[in-house]
Design a protein around this ligand. Structure first.
Ligand SMILES: *Cc1c(COP(=O)(O)O)cnc(C)c1O
Ligand SMILES: [Zn+2]
Length: 471
């Protein structure tokens, strides 16, 4: 089986997600919403033109072709499952070399049986978050259509990823919009060091998102936020790699933090397609975890009963909720800055994914997020605060009896531990002022799993005594 060099318009197109519209558009068009009805768009494929393998194990063979950068990439290895770009336009910076870890100590913390909880470390991507999966796809599309400038609004990781793709390839200039003071230092460092034009807006992510849409439209700049349907095609590959690591056994649950809901949406699409294409015989359940301080999806889905409803969700429920947010001047607020979002742009697609995967949504307090994060660090490679919402979510769903302890559960750890050192050091540190400033202000009361540095005089005897005492 070969990868065609000119698939694209012959196999891929864009299609409105609303079943009442289903307008289609060419794969070369640059759109972030359906011009006919305003809904989000999918990248869709003509099943007769797809060059699908007979079984998913086909993809294992690509390991023997690793000297080809497209076989090395954890995204483009699966090109047959997202064949919208022609080979010569595909861009890779080595994304998707990530790891699925069986984490028994975290299993214990969440009341799962040993061997049943897995952590998918997407922080091991080149820019340190899962965003590189989606960026590989969106950036390739941008390159295919000849874009020279690309923009995004970001809580930090999308901008770090875009900036890295621009600096590594030299193909485009990155223009990023962030809420001033709303972005963790690790992420801001990346944007600055990679040379992105960084626009810090006096506002939060939701403000930056509105502005970047206006500005990119006005100036004709390619937008890489997850309203871009090509982003989500790349993020499907996180699911493919998990299946591969589980030797193509479908787990019972995928648990993911929810911010703009791009990941959850793309996971639902990935499984719906694999099922439709006859490559899997069952679909896992999906749990999307909000932070309590940014809980729009939880509020709408679990409390107000909003559903995909065959593509006709009750828009009144959404409008009412956003009106209330505005009336009460309620802004998103959580230590998990990557999911500090009140108006998730992929809400509709996520509702569809929740239907596909018989999903549930939960909200988690920052206290639980940070305690779970400390457990991920103590039992593995660590993660940034937002990522740990997934683990805290499993713990809650175990307590509620929604997840069974002998089910197979995969938590998506979306970002690297080093993205947000401020939160980690405040949690483990002995500086009470710092704790209060960074965490106390969010209602975090204790550091349940703090690993404090031992303070000791610069004196050999004392140093030796401390080590004897603590180890
Ligand atoms: C972007 C991001 C999220 C949120 O993902 P969505 O796809 O927007 O829901 C969660 N965690 C981290 C670390 C992120 O960078
Ligand atoms: Zn439409």
């Amino acid at each position: 089986m070969t990868t065609s060099t000119s698939t694209r318009a012959d196999v891929a197109f864009q299609r409105c997600i609303s079943p009442h519209c289903e307008a289609t558009y060419g794969v070369d068009e640059v759109l972030t919403a359906c011009p006919a009805c305003g809904q989000l768009l999918d990248v869709a494929y003509d099943p007769d033109q797809l060059n699908l393998p007979k079984s998913l194990s086909f993809f294992e063979k690509k390991w023997s072709q690793r000297t080809d950068p497209l076989a090395f990439s954890g995204v483009w290895r699966f090109h047959e499952l997202l064949p919208f770009a022609s080979r010569e336009k595909i861009v890779t910076i080595g994304e998707g070399q990530t790891l699925l870890q069986q984490a028994d100590s975290v299993a214990k913390f969440t009341d799962m049986l040993p061997g049943n909880l897995y952590l998918q470390y997407e922080g091991m991507n080149p820019s340190g978050s899962f965003k590189d999966n989606g960026m590989a796809a969106a950036f390739s599309h941008a390159h295919s259509v000849g874009a020279k400038r690309a923009a995004c609004a970001s809580t930090g990781n999308t901008s770090a990823s875009l900036a890295a793709f621009c600096s590594v390839t030299g193909l485009m200039k990155a223009i990023i919009f962030v809420g001033a003071g709303k972005i963790a230092y690790g992420k801001l460092s990346q944007a600055l060091d990679y040379g992105a034009l960084t626009v810090a807006i006096a506002g939060d992510f939701d403000d930056a998102m509105l502005r970047v849409k206006e500005v990119s439209k006005q100036l004709g700049i390619y937008l890489v936020n997850s309203v871009n349907p090509f982003r989500l095609e790349g993020q499907k590959t996180i699911m493919y790699r998990i299946l591969e690591a589980l030797q193509w056994e479908v787990p019972d649950w995928i648990v993911v933090p929810g911010g703009n809901l791009g990941n959850s949406s793309s996971f639902g699409k990935a499984f719906a397609e694999l099922y439709e294409w006859g490559l899997i015989d069952r679909i896992p359940r999906l749990a999307v975890i909000n932070a309590q301080g940014a809980n729009t999806l939880y509020e709408l889905y679990e409390r107000r009963g909003l559903r995909w409803n065959g593509g006709s969700p009750n828009q009144q429920i959404i409008d009412d909720y956003y009106t209330e947010l505005d009336r009460d001047h309620k802004r998103a607020s959580t230590i998990a800055s990557a999911i500090e979002i009140n108006r998730p742009v992929n809400l509709m697609k996520c509702l569809r994914a929740l239907e596909t995967c018989r999903g549930v949504v939960r909200e988690i307090h920052d206290q639980e997020i940070l305690d779970a994060k400390a457990q991920v660090g103590a039992g593995g490679f660590g993660c940034e605060p937002a990522s740990a919402a997934s683990v805290a979510g499993v713990k809650l769903l175990r307590q509620q009896g929604v997840i069974q302890k002998d089910e197979k559960v995969v938590c998506i750890l979306t970002g690297h531990l080093l993205k947000d050192p401020t939160a980690t050091v405040a949690y483990h540190g002995t500086d009470q002022d710092q704790f209060n400033k960074v965490l106390g202000s969010r209602g975090v009361k204790r550091a349940g799993f703090a690993n404090r540095a031992v303070q000791v005089a610069n004196n050999l005897e004392e140093i030796v005594r401390s080590i004897q005492m603590y180890s």
